[in-house]
Design a protein. Structure first.
Length: 253
């Protein structure tokens, strides 16, 4: 994933710059991004530590456990050594179990819903653009509907306030799409045909105090204009968000 982001940065203007200090992940704009960042960093530390141990053992074996020219006998063999074979089995099992525990724990946290978000957004993905319908304080604003574009800045824009909890409902009338804002540090598939009460339709984020415009796209190959299924998310201060809502008041239903 990190290498993908790093390489994609060179050929697409809608992918944020990878940060080497964050393990090649981009700067995140949600509190859920902290969860993903910590899991990513932990995986890197574990992988590097494991790699270092393996390399040391290989070098040690090459230097101290080779057949000497002056001696005819082979070095001590460890075949059918039950304690060592059990060690070979148990260590990987423990490592995989630890990885599974932290992944399952963080996946649960990423899927958690508070039940009382500040803002609700219905995201409808269709071939080949997006429709965003925002509900605030029980009032539904006029949907923002897009069309295929070559630059995310020209696509539909979802405006959200900083420091607020936002619940998304995902829906597709045609094929599987994927709602991806790289700055969220995770993406969610938009699967057609899911029942209204299916948890797979919903996810929630807590926006950080990082105003700006962030790129989004479909991350699931969905047809001819998949590459042009672009959009943007704009994070604004509460005062600016209130002004935005006021301009949409005439369209509220």
């Amino acid at each position: 994933m990190a290498l993908l982001l790093a390489s994609a940065t060179a050929c697409a203007n809608d992918v944020p710059k990878a940060d080497w200090s964050k393990g090649l992940l981009p700067e995140h704009i949600t509190s859920q991004g902290d969860i993903v960042q910590n899991l990513w960093n932990g995986a890197w530390v574990a992988a590097l530590a494991t790699g270092a141990v393996v390399i040391v053992l290989i070098i040690w074996a090459c230097l101290f456990h080779v057949k000497r020219k002056a001696k005819a006998e082979l070095p001590p063999q460890v075949r059918y050594n039950l304690p060592i074979e059990m060690l070979y089995t148990l260590i990987p099992l423990v490592m995989v179990s630890v990885f599974f525990f932290f992944t399952a724990r963080d996946s649960r946290d990423l899927q958690a819903l508070s039940g009382h978000p500040d803002v609700k957004v219905k995201v409808e993905a269709f071939q080949w653009s997006w429709r965003f319908t925002t509900t605030l304080n029980g009032k539904t604003l006029k949907p923002v509907v897009g069309q295929p574009v070559s630059d995310y800045k020209s696509g539909p824009q979802l405006v959200l306030p900083v420091g607020k909890t936002v619940e998304f409902e995902l829906e597709s009338p045609d094929v599987i799409h994927s709602f991806w804002v790289p700055a969220f540090l995770f993406k969610r598939d938009v699967i057609p045909g899911l029942p209204k009460d299916n948890k797979g339709r919903f996810f929630e984020i807590k926006t950080l105090d990082k105003p700006g415009v962030y790129a989004g796209r479909c991350a699931e190959l969905c047809g001819v204009d998949h590459s042009r299924m672009l959009f943007s998310v704009k994070l604004v201060k509460q005062a600016e968000y209130d002004q935005y809502i006021a301009t949409q008041a005439g369209s509220a239903q």
